[in-house]
Design a protein around this ligand. Structure first.
Ligand SMILES: Cc1cc2nc3c(=O)[nH]c(=O)nc-3n(C[C@H](O)[C@H](O)[C@H](O)COP(=O)(O)OP(=O)(O)OC[C@H]3O[C@@H](n4cnc5c(N)ncnc54)[C@H](O)[C@@H]3O)c2cc1C
Ligand code: SF4
Length: 337
């Protein structure tokens, strides 16, 4: 691990000032950053510990949504009574992730900003454009079982590993940030980015910007939702493919619908056209298969991960069936119904 300067500010303006050097990293729960520092993947000159900031509340917002502080832990978010009742899709996705111990330490801001789980990114002996721009990509033509089938680039085929973010994408949450230029909000769709020619940029945060909260809109799709996660090991593992669905059913027809995929791209994957084509229709297997087709149009395997395309197709159909029936995937009994 490289030497670094450690600071633990008491207030947001000070944290932003310390974080604005371009060489600093914010430390929240540390479940990802500390691992990356121990492996020399992350080498910040300054570590700004944000744990004393007042970002640990979940509060009601005007118009009916909830604002979840960046330092609320994943566990406290998932077990908050209001979140459970109004946003069970978000609870389910959080509880599908990591382990109870990790969720007790991991924060919401950290979850959004966790780095990819690409093997080459973590192994400093191998080339990786995300870790060292211009080095090349070890995963292209290498071991790429966990990698992207959508939205990849010739520079990087990594996936975003979060479960929580897949639900936040489906809920169309809004990320609140504060930085050297002041406060702003970022629609969830615009928060994470595809790798393109700058795969080292995971998201659209400007240097020194800090996530302060996540706003959940009033519609939580509590009656018809599911988070279906497929992984190598049920006890705990990152998603190979996951599907978050929020659906509103009125008079036997799909009145509103959101579908987001995890484990398939550099960001939670949505195709609003595929959702639009389902609105006003009666739920049916044929409709779900057409939606899967639309969501996966252009999907391309890299060899080891070719299996993800048919797996994702089946997972989308199953998740839509679960949501339409109002029988969401259980995260305790993890068998798929
Ligand atoms: C063994 C293991 C299994 C896991 N399995 C899963 C899983 O199945 N599903 C899943 O979704 N996740 C999984 N995780 C990842 C885990 O969810 C993340 O490590 C965690 O959410 C990160 O939160 P943290 O508070 O610990 O972040 P930290 O480690 O403190 O920070 C992570 C990154 O976010 C940045 N950051 C932190 N807070 C902010 C903020 N407020 N604003 C801007 N930047 C910030 C940091 O600078 C750093 O770059 C797993 C982790 C481990 C170790
Ligand atoms: S897929 Fe991305 S993160 Fe993985 S080795 Fe290639 S450039 Fe690095």
């Amino acid at each position: 691990m490289n030497p670094f300067v450690y600071a633990r500010p008491d207030a947001l303006p000070e944290a932003v000032r310390l974080g604005a050097t371009g060489r600093a990293a914010f430390l929240a729960g540390g479940t990802n950053l500390v691992d990356l520092m121990k492996e020399n993947v992350a080498r910040p000159a300054e570590v700004v510990d944000i744990n004393r900031l007042a970002l640990r509340d979940i509060v009601e917002i005007d118009g009916g949504g909830l604002r979840i502080g960046a330092l609320v832990t994943n566990a406290d978010t998932a077990y908050d009574e209001r979140v459970r009742r109004r946003y069970p899709l978000l609870c389910s996705a959080i509880l599908a992730g990591a382990s109870p111990q990790l969720r007790n330490a991991a924060t919401n801001g950290g979850n959004l900003n966790q780095r990819t789980r690409c093997y080459y990114f973590y192994d400093v002996q191998t080339p990786c454009n995300k870790r060292e721009p211009g080095q090349g990509c070890g995963a292209i033509g290498g071991a790429n079982r966990i990698h992207a089938i959508l939205g990849a680039s010739p520079q990087c085929i990594a996936t975003h590993p979060s479960d929580m973010c897949v639900a936040l994408a489906a809920l169309e949450a809004v990320v609140r940030v504060t930085g050297p230029q002041g406060e702003r909000t970022i629609p969830f769709e615009d928060y994470h980015r595809l790798p393109g020619n700058e795969p080292w940029k995971d998201n659209t945060l400007a240097p020194g910007e800090l996530v302060t909260a996540i706003d959940l809109p009033p519609e939580g799709f509590a009656a018809h939702h599911t988070y279906l996660k497929l992984r190598d090991r049920l006890s705990y593992a990152f998603a190979l493919v996951s599907v978050a669905v929020g659906m509103r059913v009125e008079e036997g027809r799909v009145a509103d619908l959101r579908i987001a995929l995890g484990g398939v791209a550099h960001k939670p994957w949505r195709r609003p056209q595929a959702e639009a084509a389902m609105r006003g229709q009666a739920p049916s297997r044929e409709l779900f298969e057409a939606a899967a087709q639309g969501l996966l149009e252009g999907a391309m395997g890299q060899g080891d991960n070719d299996f993800k395309i048919p797996l994702a197709r089946r997972a989308i159909v199953r998740a839509l069936s679960q949501a339409a029936a109002g029988t969401p995937q259980s995260q305790t009994d993890k068998r798929i119904a």
